[in-house]
Design a protein around this ligand. Sequence first.
Ligand code: TXA
Ligand code: MG
Length: 348
Amino acid sequence: MTKVLRVNPLNPSADAIREAAEAIVGGGTVAFPTETVYGIGANAFDAEAVKKVFKIKGRPSDNPAIVHISSIDQLKDVAAPVSGELLEKFRVLWPGPITFVLKGNGELPEEVTAGLDTVTVRMPAHTVALRLIDAAKVPIAAPSANISGRPSATSAAHVIEDLDGKADFIIDGGNTMFGLESTIIDLTSERPKLLRPGAYTVEELKRYFPDLDTSEIILSENEAPISPGLKYRHYAPDKPMVVASDDMIIKAASELKGKRILFICSTETAKSLPKDSLAIDLGSRADLYRVAQNLFDSIRKIDKSDAKMAVIERFPERGIGLALMNRISKAAGMRLADSVESIEKLLK
Ligand code: TXA
Ligand code: MG
């Protein structure tokens, strides 16, 4: 049985937090909102409880979980000592939508770290998450609160869709603010390395980490096509999805009219589509933060719709657009449609 606790995200009731924290202390699992996406968490020092989280998600045990803390002081409980210089950076960037891979201190069970000697830590900027960790008095290991491979959950409804009947508690704190998972920076090798882009733009990150290595992330410098054939899909709908430019979407919508294609696009593009096109409006191209907020919910709607496939708009990889396109490309299996025919082929 899953109990849903509805709270005010800015001022959650102490009773709800206490009930969820007691579940964490007692070895249970709790889904909770953060400023990025919802997490499904357990006491990071309780191997059996963490195992439950992985089982609930259907997540392979070789994929480590992020450990969430609520104070800088807690860092020493999970990570090896860090330099004063680094600590200063953490004090500025935390709480916030950014996660660091650090050397572990050997205290966490291998269920959390996947047996690696590193630990991945974040202090979320969300009152519910911070109060829950505070009340439980332990760091909380929490991957995103979705079935493995599906888009992360950005509302309690998404969590319920994936985890109802599996998690002990779901704290419903409304929609999450950013809608994309945190930035991850690996600080365990010589050069800080960006592993996953998030709400922080690369430009901002370079103020703190001037020699940040972004080589693995930049999908398409300038206008080069998105590289094809990366080995796995993530955040992916069951139905086929491709990325296309705004012009290609408008062209395909008129040439393939009535073929049950769902177009997921900016307000500007949606306005140019033929009437009675199937479309989801992600928000204005001028506000990519809004587009990011709506992304995972829109991808979840593809399989629920009666469309046969989806075509999603390509956005500029600038600012938060980098994280946005990183998720969109993965969800689309790195497929970029360069002609109407290449879209039509996927209908068969
Ligand atoms: O915004 C977020 O980060 C959300 C909220 C709940 O905090 N959490 C989240 O967790 O997205 P998850 O488990 O879905 O994604 C964490 C990613 C995974 O891709 C995992 O492989 C990577 O972080 N990761 C975890 N520990 C790592 C490590 N020691 N080295 C490299 N990558 C690591
Ligand atoms: Mg995840």
